[in-house]
Ligand binder design. Structure first.
Ligand SMILES: [Zn+2]
Ligand SMILES: [Zn+2]
Length: 74
């Protein structure tokens, strides 16, 4: 299964300059990450080419495998 899919039509998203985009719905899609422990929205950090997620409420980095990812039409 494709990792990044449209919340509306479930087709794979393409990546444009400003973020994800669904070519089928012709709509930009926002990727949001939520903390698995406190449900707070996480900040995405890019360090050394690897993305990691930081929870401002827990004050710690969250493992990508535990983070809850949610796609939203903007
Ligand atoms: Zn779509
Ligand atoms: Zn948290």
């Amino acid at each position: 299964m494709h990792e990044n899919t449209c919340p509306s039509c479930q087709l794979p998203l393409s990546w444009k300059e400003n973020g994800y985009y669904c070519d089928h719905c012709r709509h930009p899609v926002r990727k949001r990450a939520f903390c698995p422990d406190c449900e707070q929205e996480l900040e995405k950090l890019n360090a050394c080419g690897a993305a990691s997620y930081f929870c401002p409420q827990c004050h710690e980095l969250k493992s990508k495998s535990r983070v809850r990812i949610c796609f939203e039409l903007t």
